[in-house]
Design a protein around this ligand. Structure first.
Ligand SMILES: Cc1cc2nc3c(=O)[nH]c(=O)nc-3n(C[C@H](O)[C@H](O)[C@H](O)COP(=O)(O)OP(=O)(O)OC[C@H]3O[C@@H](n4cnc5c(N)ncnc54)[C@H](O)[C@@H]3O)c2cc1C
Length: 430
């Protein structure tokens, strides 16, 4: 099976698919019954995860490098690319994207992140760009099946992690040349420095804090945009993470996502103390949280399934260890927690796709729950495997290392609780 968005596969058609979303009042009812199309795509991604991703997982984890050959295989079948992502996103139930992510990350999270990391930059372009900007830049994020590329979303900085308002990277407008000049240092960027397209969050007015932020495209090969130190990580090691240095990096005026007119209006409103309708980095994170939650569910499910089979086969005291309630009840809890996390992810995905407001921070809830479930389930899976669980000969050790990041990136567990508690109380909880 190969995913194609439309018969002629033009970028314009894919943009239309991305842009067109039913308004909240026309939202299809929330349903757990998957359509045949959704099941077919799930099974197709599962096949790729099982036959291509899993067998390569240990090798790329050890190499700590981007698995380009596997990205290319994903591109060749249409799993990695603009048309594929547009088609998954276009599903009106909102469930296709989390289903695809769960299956892929069930295969392996490091490789999964190398394939899906680009979508964070794409989400920023989609969320804040004009249709013309989407048509121009999103295809360049992915490249082509013969020459696949990746993209990076650069918000975090050495002194601005959870506190996005502390971003120091600046963008100054050079009116004479209609160019933006960007200076600063980004930290922790997935695909940072190896990306074809970087999306950078920069401050255009420091006094306004996060309300003075804007998102910029750094086109391929732009002078002044360089990779800094590559990060050696605990998990997700097949995914490249690095600092990005921006030194007098000049980009055309058209690289400001959403355009100058819209930015000027937003800044004027902010200066008058009026509502501005969301901050550049936050808008991206809000849209991506349920999908990130789905990735965590995939890791948790992989570890649970491995531990279940192991517990049925491993014999101690003359019987399979699963015949002990201590083991069987743990597995029952693991399954229950995974299903609960998936339900929260699907609910938030349906809401996000259909413009239903996240009144109780349902996007954050889904990511928080799924991240904590993934950490807990993978840790329990190691326990069920005993000594084997602690070795690199068995995959749950890698799954546990990979799972931990889901408590940290795209908003730490503490920050998600802050967002949820503020949403449910209406109070400024600190
Ligand atoms: C593998 C990896 C990939 C990443 N990819 C990207 C990427 O592609 N793009 C990008 O922009 N960033 C990326 N990040 C950065 C990531 O989003 C940040 O690490 C994360 O937001 C946390 O920021 P920090 O590390 O500075 O921690 P800090 O903000 O310093 O937090 C440290 C601790 O303090 C807690 N804390 C902070 N403030 C509060 C508070 N108000 N109340 C309670 N507790 C608080 C936190 O929860 C945490 O436990 C990535 C990080 C990693 C490790």
């Amino acid at each position: 099976m190969t995913v194609t968005a439309t018969e002629n596969n033009g970028a314009g058609d894919a943009v239309e698919q991305l842009v067109e979303g039913p308004p909240a009042e026309d939202a299809p009812p929330f349903s757990l019954e998957l359509s045949q199309d959704q099941k077919d795509i799930r099974d197709w991604v599962h096949g790729f995860a099982e036959n291509v991703v899993r067998p390569a997982a240990a090798e790329w984890d050890e190499r700590e490098e981007t698995p380009w050959p596997i990205i290319q295989e994903a591109a060749k079948i249409g799993l990695y690319g603009f048309e594929g992502i547009a088609q998954f996103f276009a599903d009106p139930s909102g469930l296709q994207l989390p289903i695809v992510n769960e299956e892929l990350f069930w295969g392996d999270a490091g490789i999964g992140m190398s394939i899906m990391g680009t979508t964070l930059a794409v989400a920023a372009i989609f969320g804040q760009g004009t249709p013309e900007q989407m048509g121009e830049w999103i295809p360049q994020c992915f490249g082509t099946p013969d020459d696949p590329k990746v993209a990076a979303f650069c918000s975090s900085e050495p002194n601005a992690g959870s506190d996005v308002s502390a971003i120091r990277t600046t963008a100054k407008y050079d009116e004479a040349k209609d160019e933006w000049v960007i200076n600063g240092q980004k930290a922790w960027a997935t695909n940072g420095g190896i990306a074809n397209v970087h999306v950078v969050i920069a401050s255009v007015d420091r006094e306004l804090g996060a309300r003075g932020h804007a998102a910029f495209i750094i086109p391929p090969g732009t002078k002044g945009c360089e990779q800094g130190a590559k990060v050696k990580k605990h998990g997700l090691r097949a995914s490249h993470t690095a600092d990005v240095h921006l030194d007098d990096c000049r980009v055309p005026g058209s690289c400001l996502l959403g355009g100058k007119e819209k930015l000027d209006e937003r800044l004027a409103r902010a200066r008058e103390g009026k509502r501005t309708g969301g901050q550049a980095a936050m808008q991206t994170f809000e849209a991506s949280r349920p999908v990130v939650g789905a990735q965590a569910v995939g890791i948790a499910r992989a570890a649970y399934e491995y531990a279940l089979e192991y517990a049925k086969e491993r014999v101690q005291f003359g019987r399979p260890i699963i015949e002990n309630q201590a083991i069987a009840f743990t597995l029952a809890n693991m399954k229950m927690e995974i299903d609960a996390a998936r339900l929260l992810v699907w609910r938030a995905s349906w809401m996000g796709r259909n413009g239903v407001p996240f009144e109780n921070a349902e996007g954050s809830m889904s990511k928080l729950k799924a991240g904590e479930v993934a950490v807990w389930v993978t840790e329990r899976a190691m326990q069920i495997l005993g000594g084997n669980g602690y070795t690199r000969e068995f995959p749950v050790e890698r799954m546990h290392r990979d799972a931990k990041i889901y408590d940290i990136f795209e908003g730490t567990a503490e920050i998600q609780r802050l967002v949820i508690s503020r949403a449910i109380s209406g109070m400024h909880i600190r």
